[in-house]
Design a protein around this ligand. Structure first.
Ligand SMILES: C[S@@+](CC[C@H](N)C(=O)[O-])C[C@H]1O[C@@H](n2cnc3c(N)ncnc32)[C@H](O)[C@@H]1O
Length: 385
Protein backbone atom coordinates (compact mmCIF):
# COMPACT_ATOMS: atom_id res chain seq x y z
CA UNK A 1 0.00 0.00 0.00
CA UNK A 2 2.90 2.35 0.72
CA UNK A 3 4.90 4.23 -1.84
CA UNK A 4 8.66 3.69 -1.43
CA UNK A 5 9.34 7.43 -1.73
CA UNK A 6 7.12 8.29 1.24
CA UNK A 7 7.92 6.07 4.19
CA UNK A 8 4.96 4.81 6.20
CA UNK A 9 4.76 6.96 9.24
CA UNK A 10 1.17 7.72 10.20
CA UNK A 11 -0.52 5.68 12.91
CA UNK A 12 -3.98 5.25 11.37
CA UNK A 13 -7.25 3.99 12.84
CA UNK A 14 -10.29 2.83 10.88
CA UNK A 15 -13.37 2.69 13.09
CA UNK A 16 -16.35 0.38 12.55
CA UNK A 17 -19.51 -0.91 14.13
CA UNK A 18 -19.09 -3.52 16.85
CA UNK A 19 -18.69 -6.97 15.32
CA UNK A 20 -17.32 -5.76 11.98
CA UNK A 21 -13.65 -5.64 13.04
CA UNK A 22 -12.61 -8.89 11.36
CA UNK A 23 -14.25 -7.96 8.07
CA UNK A 24 -12.75 -4.48 8.17
CA UNK A 25 -9.30 -5.93 8.84
CA UNK A 26 -9.68 -8.23 5.83
CA UNK A 27 -10.57 -5.19 3.70
CA UNK A 28 -7.50 -3.34 4.95
CA UNK A 29 -5.26 -6.31 4.26
CA UNK A 30 -6.67 -6.54 0.74
CA UNK A 31 -5.66 -2.88 0.29
CA UNK A 32 -2.14 -3.79 1.43
CA UNK A 33 -2.31 -2.08 4.85
CA UNK A 34 0.63 -2.69 7.16
CA UNK A 35 0.61 -3.58 10.84
CA UNK A 36 -3.13 -4.13 11.27
CA UNK A 37 -4.33 -4.70 14.84
CA UNK A 38 -7.97 -5.39 15.67
CA UNK A 39 -9.51 -3.46 18.56
CA UNK A 40 -13.06 -3.12 19.78
CA UNK A 41 -14.87 -1.12 17.08
CA UNK A 42 -11.67 -0.29 15.20
CA UNK A 43 -8.62 -1.59 13.35
CA UNK A 44 -5.31 0.24 13.66
CA UNK A 45 -2.66 0.21 10.93
CA UNK A 46 0.22 2.31 9.66
CA UNK A 47 0.62 4.06 6.35
CA UNK A 48 1.19 7.21 4.37
CA UNK A 49 -1.28 9.98 3.59
CA UNK A 50 -1.90 8.19 0.31
CA UNK A 51 -2.87 5.06 2.23
CA UNK A 52 -5.18 7.18 4.34
CA UNK A 53 -6.93 8.63 1.27
CA UNK A 54 -7.24 5.15 -0.25
CA UNK A 55 -8.72 3.76 2.97
CA UNK A 56 -11.29 6.58 3.00
CA UNK A 57 -12.21 5.98 -0.63
CA UNK A 58 -12.25 2.18 -0.66
CA UNK A 59 -13.19 0.76 2.76
CA UNK A 60 -16.76 -0.50 2.63
CA UNK A 61 -17.19 -1.36 6.32
CA UNK A 62 -15.39 1.54 8.07
CA UNK A 63 -17.13 4.48 9.75
CA UNK A 64 -14.14 6.83 9.60
CA UNK A 65 -10.39 6.89 9.16
CA UNK A 66 -8.39 8.82 11.74
CA UNK A 67 -4.76 9.63 12.47
CA UNK A 68 -3.65 8.99 16.02
CA UNK A 69 -1.82 12.08 17.24
CA UNK A 70 -0.84 10.85 20.70
CA UNK A 71 -1.99 9.30 23.93
CA UNK A 72 -1.33 9.97 27.59
CA UNK A 73 -2.78 9.33 31.05
CA UNK A 74 -5.74 11.53 32.00
CA UNK A 75 -7.06 10.94 35.49
CA UNK A 76 -8.13 14.57 35.93
CA UNK A 77 -8.44 17.79 33.95
CA UNK A 78 -4.93 18.96 34.80
CA UNK A 79 -3.37 15.72 33.58
CA UNK A 80 -5.43 15.81 30.38
CA UNK A 81 -4.35 19.39 29.67
CA UNK A 82 -0.68 18.74 30.51
CA UNK A 83 -0.54 15.75 28.14
CA UNK A 84 -2.10 17.74 25.31
CA UNK A 85 0.28 20.65 25.90
CA UNK A 86 3.32 18.36 25.84
CA UNK A 87 2.07 16.70 22.66
CA UNK A 88 2.00 19.98 20.72
CA UNK A 89 5.21 21.30 22.20
CA UNK A 90 7.37 18.25 21.65
CA UNK A 91 6.11 16.18 18.74
CA UNK A 92 7.78 17.30 15.50
CA UNK A 93 5.73 15.06 13.15
CA UNK A 94 2.06 14.75 13.86
CA UNK A 95 2.32 17.53 16.49
CA UNK A 96 3.01 19.91 13.58
CA UNK A 97 -0.48 19.23 12.24
CA UNK A 98 -1.72 21.23 15.20
CA UNK A 99 -0.28 24.52 13.87
CA UNK A 100 -2.22 27.59 15.07
CA UNK A 101 -3.05 28.60 11.47
CA UNK A 102 -5.59 25.77 11.42
CA UNK A 103 -8.90 26.16 13.18
CA UNK A 104 -10.08 23.14 15.09
CA UNK A 105 -12.98 21.59 16.97
CA UNK A 106 -12.81 18.82 19.54
CA UNK A 107 -15.33 16.14 20.36
CA UNK A 108 -14.74 13.78 23.27
CA UNK A 109 -16.02 10.49 24.58
CA UNK A 110 -15.22 8.94 27.94
CA UNK A 111 -15.74 5.41 29.15
CA UNK A 112 -14.70 3.58 32.32
CA UNK A 113 -12.78 6.65 33.56
CA UNK A 114 -12.59 8.86 36.64
CA UNK A 115 -13.82 11.83 34.61
CA UNK A 116 -17.35 11.19 33.41
CA UNK A 117 -18.15 14.42 31.62
CA UNK A 118 -17.08 14.30 27.98
CA UNK A 119 -17.38 18.09 27.70
CA UNK A 120 -14.87 18.46 30.52
CA UNK A 121 -12.50 16.12 28.66
CA UNK A 122 -12.83 18.18 25.47
CA UNK A 123 -12.35 21.47 27.32
CA UNK A 124 -9.27 20.28 29.25
CA UNK A 125 -7.62 18.92 26.10
CA UNK A 126 -8.46 22.11 24.19
CA UNK A 127 -6.85 24.22 26.95
CA UNK A 128 -3.74 22.04 26.83
CA UNK A 129 -3.51 22.22 23.05
CA UNK A 130 -3.73 26.00 22.85
CA UNK A 131 -1.20 26.37 25.70
CA UNK A 132 1.12 24.06 23.74
CA UNK A 133 0.61 26.20 20.63
CA UNK A 134 1.53 29.33 22.59
CA UNK A 135 4.65 27.56 23.93
CA UNK A 136 5.71 26.48 20.48
CA UNK A 137 4.50 29.18 18.09
CA UNK A 138 3.67 32.10 20.38
CA UNK A 139 -0.04 32.12 19.43
CA UNK A 140 -3.07 29.88 19.50
CA UNK A 141 -5.52 28.57 16.91
CA UNK A 142 -9.18 29.53 16.90
CA UNK A 143 -11.86 27.04 17.74
CA UNK A 144 -14.46 26.72 14.97
CA UNK A 145 -17.32 24.38 15.79
CA UNK A 146 -19.12 24.89 12.46
CA UNK A 147 -16.46 24.35 9.83
CA UNK A 148 -13.08 23.56 11.40
CA UNK A 149 -10.00 22.58 9.40
CA UNK A 150 -9.09 19.98 12.01
CA UNK A 151 -11.77 17.67 13.38
CA UNK A 152 -10.17 16.37 16.58
CA UNK A 153 -11.53 13.58 18.71
CA UNK A 154 -10.43 12.61 22.19
CA UNK A 155 -11.21 9.21 23.58
CA UNK A 156 -10.78 8.81 27.29
CA UNK A 157 -10.89 5.15 28.21
CA UNK A 158 -9.77 3.76 31.57
CA UNK A 159 -8.17 7.12 32.42
CA UNK A 160 -6.09 7.10 29.27
CA UNK A 161 -6.60 9.76 26.60
CA UNK A 162 -6.03 9.30 22.88
CA UNK A 163 -6.13 12.29 20.53
CA UNK A 164 -7.22 11.53 16.99
CA UNK A 165 -7.56 13.60 13.84
CA UNK A 166 -10.58 12.68 11.73
CA UNK A 167 -9.62 12.49 8.05
CA UNK A 168 -13.10 11.52 6.79
CA UNK A 169 -15.40 14.35 7.91
CA UNK A 170 -18.85 13.05 7.10
CA UNK A 171 -18.94 9.38 8.12
CA UNK A 172 -18.20 6.92 5.36
CA UNK A 173 -21.78 5.64 5.15
CA UNK A 174 -22.63 8.88 3.34
CA UNK A 175 -21.94 7.22 0.03
CA UNK A 176 -24.02 9.68 -1.94
CA UNK A 177 -26.58 7.25 -3.39
CA UNK A 178 -29.30 7.45 -0.73
CA UNK A 179 -31.80 9.67 -2.52
CA UNK A 180 -34.81 8.41 -0.54
CA UNK A 181 -35.01 6.60 2.79
CA UNK A 182 -37.61 3.92 3.53
CA UNK A 183 -38.45 2.60 6.98
CA UNK A 184 -35.53 0.93 8.85
CA UNK A 185 -32.81 1.00 6.19
CA UNK A 186 -29.69 -0.94 7.06
CA UNK A 187 -26.55 1.17 7.31
CA UNK A 188 -24.31 1.01 4.27
CA UNK A 189 -21.32 -0.43 6.16
CA UNK A 190 -23.42 -3.18 7.70
CA UNK A 191 -24.94 -3.99 4.31
CA UNK A 192 -21.45 -4.20 2.79
CA UNK A 193 -20.32 -6.36 5.72
CA UNK A 194 -23.16 -8.82 5.01
CA UNK A 195 -22.04 -9.17 1.41
CA UNK A 196 -18.35 -9.47 2.33
CA UNK A 197 -19.07 -11.96 5.13
CA UNK A 198 -20.76 -14.28 2.65
CA UNK A 199 -17.53 -14.88 0.77
CA UNK A 200 -19.53 -14.35 -2.45
CA UNK A 201 -17.21 -14.24 -5.44
CA UNK A 202 -19.23 -11.54 -7.20
CA UNK A 203 -20.60 -13.91 -9.83
CA UNK A 204 -24.24 -14.64 -10.51
CA UNK A 205 -27.31 -12.57 -9.67
CA UNK A 206 -28.15 -10.92 -6.35
CA UNK A 207 -31.65 -11.27 -4.88
CA UNK A 208 -33.08 -9.41 -1.89
CA UNK A 209 -36.64 -10.70 -1.21
CA UNK A 210 -37.36 -7.83 1.25
CA UNK A 211 -35.24 -5.14 -0.31
CA UNK A 212 -36.63 -2.02 1.41
CA UNK A 213 -34.64 0.94 0.09
CA UNK A 214 -32.20 -1.33 -1.75
CA UNK A 215 -29.06 -0.85 0.35
CA UNK A 216 -27.99 -4.51 0.24
CA UNK A 217 -28.50 -4.61 -3.53
CA UNK A 218 -26.41 -1.48 -4.11
CA UNK A 219 -23.59 -2.62 -1.85
CA UNK A 220 -23.48 -6.04 -3.55
CA UNK A 221 -23.58 -4.45 -7.00
CA UNK A 222 -20.78 -1.99 -6.21
CA UNK A 223 -18.64 -4.84 -4.92
CA UNK A 224 -19.26 -6.94 -8.03
CA UNK A 225 -18.60 -3.98 -10.33
CA UNK A 226 -15.50 -2.73 -8.51
CA UNK A 227 -17.07 0.64 -7.68
CA UNK A 228 -15.41 2.34 -4.71
CA UNK A 229 -17.85 3.13 -1.88
CA UNK A 230 -16.56 6.72 -1.90
CA UNK A 231 -16.88 7.17 -5.64
CA UNK A 232 -19.84 9.59 -5.42
CA UNK A 233 -18.59 11.56 -2.42
CA UNK A 234 -17.57 15.13 -3.04
CA UNK A 235 -15.87 16.08 0.23
CA UNK A 236 -13.39 14.57 2.64
CA UNK A 237 -11.84 16.18 5.70
CA UNK A 238 -8.36 15.16 4.47
CA UNK A 239 -8.63 17.59 1.54
CA UNK A 240 -8.05 20.43 4.01
CA UNK A 241 -5.10 18.81 5.76
CA UNK A 242 -1.43 19.49 5.10
CA UNK A 243 0.05 16.84 2.87
CA UNK A 244 -3.04 16.68 0.65
CA UNK A 245 -2.16 16.57 -3.05
CA UNK A 246 -5.16 16.65 -5.39
CA UNK A 247 -3.15 14.93 -8.12
CA UNK A 248 -2.06 12.19 -5.76
CA UNK A 249 -5.68 11.61 -4.75
CA UNK A 250 -6.77 11.57 -8.40
CA UNK A 251 -4.21 8.83 -8.98
CA UNK A 252 -5.65 6.86 -6.04
CA UNK A 253 -9.13 7.30 -7.53
CA UNK A 254 -7.94 5.91 -10.85
CA UNK A 255 -6.42 2.75 -9.34
CA UNK A 256 -8.20 -0.32 -10.70
CA UNK A 257 -10.49 -2.17 -8.30
CA UNK A 258 -11.25 -5.86 -8.83
CA UNK A 259 -14.62 -6.19 -10.58
CA UNK A 260 -15.53 -9.88 -10.44
CA UNK A 261 -19.12 -9.45 -11.66
CA UNK A 262 -19.28 -6.97 -14.55
CA UNK A 263 -22.64 -8.38 -15.68
CA UNK A 264 -24.24 -8.58 -12.23
CA UNK A 265 -28.08 -8.58 -12.22
CA UNK A 266 -30.13 -7.42 -9.23
CA UNK A 267 -33.57 -8.58 -8.14
CA UNK A 268 -35.41 -6.71 -5.40
CA UNK A 269 -38.80 -7.60 -3.97
CA UNK A 270 -40.86 -5.92 -1.26
CA UNK A 271 -44.40 -5.70 0.06
CA UNK A 272 -44.31 -1.95 0.21
CA UNK A 273 -44.70 0.40 -2.76
CA UNK A 274 -42.94 3.18 -0.82
CA UNK A 275 -39.96 0.92 -0.17
CA UNK A 276 -39.75 0.05 -3.86
CA UNK A 277 -39.93 3.72 -4.85
CA UNK A 278 -37.03 4.41 -2.47
CA UNK A 279 -35.09 1.43 -3.86
CA UNK A 280 -35.62 2.62 -7.43
CA UNK A 281 -34.37 6.14 -6.60
CA UNK A 282 -31.35 4.84 -4.71
CA UNK A 283 -30.38 2.28 -7.33
CA UNK A 284 -30.64 4.96 -9.97
CA UNK A 285 -28.45 7.33 -7.97
CA UNK A 286 -25.97 4.47 -7.50
CA UNK A 287 -25.90 3.91 -11.27
CA UNK A 288 -27.19 0.33 -11.13
CA UNK A 289 -30.93 0.65 -11.81
CA UNK A 290 -30.52 -0.64 -15.38
CA UNK A 291 -29.32 -3.95 -13.91
CA UNK A 292 -32.28 -4.34 -11.57
CA UNK A 293 -35.73 -5.90 -11.59
CA UNK A 294 -37.89 -4.62 -8.74
CA UNK A 295 -41.22 -6.27 -8.02
CA UNK A 296 -43.92 -5.82 -5.42
CA UNK A 297 -45.44 -8.62 -3.40
CA UNK A 298 -45.25 -10.94 -0.43
CA UNK A 299 -41.93 -12.79 -0.48
CA UNK A 300 -43.69 -15.83 1.03
CA UNK A 301 -46.85 -15.61 -1.06
CA UNK A 302 -47.70 -16.86 -4.54
CA UNK A 303 -45.87 -16.36 -6.82
CA UNK A 304 -43.47 -14.81 -4.23
CA UNK A 305 -39.87 -14.28 -5.21
CA UNK A 306 -38.85 -15.93 -8.46
CA UNK A 307 -35.07 -16.24 -8.47
CA UNK A 308 -33.37 -15.78 -11.84
CA UNK A 309 -31.10 -18.58 -13.09
CA UNK A 310 -28.30 -18.91 -10.53
CA UNK A 311 -26.51 -19.68 -8.44
CA UNK A 312 -25.84 -16.29 -6.97
CA UNK A 313 -26.25 -14.42 -3.71
CA UNK A 314 -29.50 -14.04 -1.78
CA UNK A 315 -29.23 -11.41 0.91
CA UNK A 316 -31.98 -10.20 3.20
CA UNK A 317 -32.67 -8.10 6.25
CA UNK A 318 -36.21 -9.07 7.38
CA UNK A 319 -38.26 -6.72 9.54
CA UNK A 320 -38.29 -7.36 13.25
CA UNK A 321 -41.41 -9.12 14.40
CA UNK A 322 -42.80 -7.31 17.40
CA UNK A 323 -43.91 -10.43 19.17
CA UNK A 324 -41.82 -13.52 19.55
CA UNK A 325 -44.47 -15.78 17.91
CA UNK A 326 -44.78 -13.70 14.73
CA UNK A 327 -41.01 -13.29 14.62
CA UNK A 328 -40.44 -17.03 14.91
CA UNK A 329 -43.06 -17.81 12.25
CA UNK A 330 -41.39 -15.38 9.87
CA UNK A 331 -38.00 -17.03 10.38
CA UNK A 332 -39.46 -20.45 9.63
CA UNK A 333 -41.03 -19.10 6.44
CA UNK A 334 -37.76 -17.48 5.38
CA UNK A 335 -35.82 -20.70 6.01
CA UNK A 336 -38.33 -22.62 3.86
CA UNK A 337 -38.08 -20.01 1.09
CA UNK A 338 -34.29 -20.27 1.03
CA UNK A 339 -34.31 -24.08 1.06
CA UNK A 340 -36.96 -24.42 -1.63
CA UNK A 341 -36.07 -21.66 -4.10
CA UNK A 342 -32.36 -20.94 -3.66
CA UNK A 343 -30.69 -24.36 -3.79
CA UNK A 344 -27.03 -23.97 -4.71
CA UNK A 345 -26.92 -20.26 -3.73
CA UNK A 346 -25.07 -18.45 -1.00
CA UNK A 347 -27.37 -16.73 1.49
CA UNK A 348 -26.79 -13.99 4.03
CA UNK A 349 -29.39 -12.94 6.53
CA UNK A 350 -29.07 -9.91 8.77
CA UNK A 351 -31.18 -11.11 11.65
CA UNK A 352 -32.58 -9.05 14.51
CA UNK A 353 -35.74 -9.16 16.58
CA UNK A 354 -36.34 -11.40 19.55
CA UNK A 355 -35.57 -14.58 17.59
CA UNK A 356 -32.46 -13.39 15.72
CA UNK A 357 -32.87 -16.13 13.19
CA UNK A 358 -32.75 -19.06 15.64
CA UNK A 359 -35.80 -20.70 14.05
CA UNK A 360 -34.71 -20.37 10.46
CA UNK A 361 -34.14 -24.15 10.30
CA UNK A 362 -30.77 -23.93 8.56
CA UNK A 363 -27.31 -24.25 10.07
CA UNK A 364 -25.25 -21.10 9.43
CA UNK A 365 -21.67 -21.51 8.24
CA UNK A 366 -20.86 -18.20 9.89
CA UNK A 367 -22.59 -16.27 12.64
CA UNK A 368 -21.34 -12.76 13.45
CA UNK A 369 -22.89 -10.80 16.34
CA UNK A 370 -23.25 -7.15 15.26
CA UNK A 371 -24.99 -3.98 16.35
CA UNK A 372 -27.64 -2.76 13.91
CA UNK A 373 -27.98 0.81 15.18
CA UNK A 374 -28.92 0.38 18.84
CA UNK A 375 -30.20 -3.18 18.27
CA UNK A 376 -28.32 -6.42 18.57
CA UNK A 377 -28.31 -8.53 15.47
CA UNK A 378 -26.51 -11.37 13.73
CA UNK A 379 -25.06 -11.74 10.28
CA UNK A 380 -25.88 -15.35 9.37
CA UNK A 381 -24.18 -16.91 6.36
CA UNK A 382 -25.56 -20.08 4.77
CA UNK A 383 -24.27 -22.20 1.92
CA UNK A 384 -27.38 -23.68 0.38
CA UNK A 385 -25.45 -26.38 -1.42
C1 LIG B 1 -35.76 -4.03 7.66
S1 LIG B 1 -36.53 -3.60 6.16
C2 LIG B 1 -35.30 -3.87 4.95
C3 LIG B 1 -34.39 -2.69 4.86
C4 LIG B 1 -33.50 -2.73 3.65
N1 LIG B 1 -32.45 -3.72 3.80
C5 LIG B 1 -32.94 -1.35 3.41
O1 LIG B 1 -31.73 -1.15 3.48
O2 LIG B 1 -33.72 -0.40 3.22
C6 LIG B 1 -37.62 -4.93 5.86
C7 LIG B 1 -38.43 -4.80 4.59
O3 LIG B 1 -39.16 -6.00 4.44
C8 LIG B 1 -40.39 -5.68 3.81
N2 LIG B 1 -41.31 -6.82 4.06
C9 LIG B 1 -41.89 -7.18 5.22
N3 LIG B 1 -42.58 -8.32 5.07
C10 LIG B 1 -42.44 -8.69 3.78
C11 LIG B 1 -42.90 -9.78 3.01
N4 LIG B 1 -43.67 -10.74 3.55
N5 LIG B 1 -42.55 -9.85 1.70
C12 LIG B 1 -41.78 -8.88 1.15
N6 LIG B 1 -41.31 -7.82 1.84
C13 LIG B 1 -41.62 -7.73 3.13
C14 LIG B 1 -40.78 -4.36 4.43
O4 LIG B 1 -41.69 -3.68 3.59
C15 LIG B 1 -39.42 -3.67 4.57
O5 LIG B 1 -39.18 -2.85 3.45
Amino acid sequence: MSDRRTPPSLPLVATCGLGLEEILEAELLALGAAGTVREKGAVTFTGTWEDCWRANLRLRTANRVLVELGSWPGRDGAELAAGARALVARRPGTGTLLHPDRSFAIQATCTASTIRDARWVALSVKDGLVDGQRDRWGRRASVDREDPELHLRVRLHRDHATLLLDTSGEPLDRRGYRAVTAAAPVREQLAAACVLASGWDGRGPVVDPMCGSGTLLVEAAWLALGIAPGSLRRHWAFERLPGFEPRGFDAVRREPIPAPGPDVRLVGHDLSGDALRAARANLEQAGVLDRATLTRGDAFGTPGVEPPPGPGLVVVNPPHGERIETDTAQWRALGDLLKQRFKGWRAVVLAGGPDRGKHIGLRPRRRIPVMNGPLEGRILVFDLF
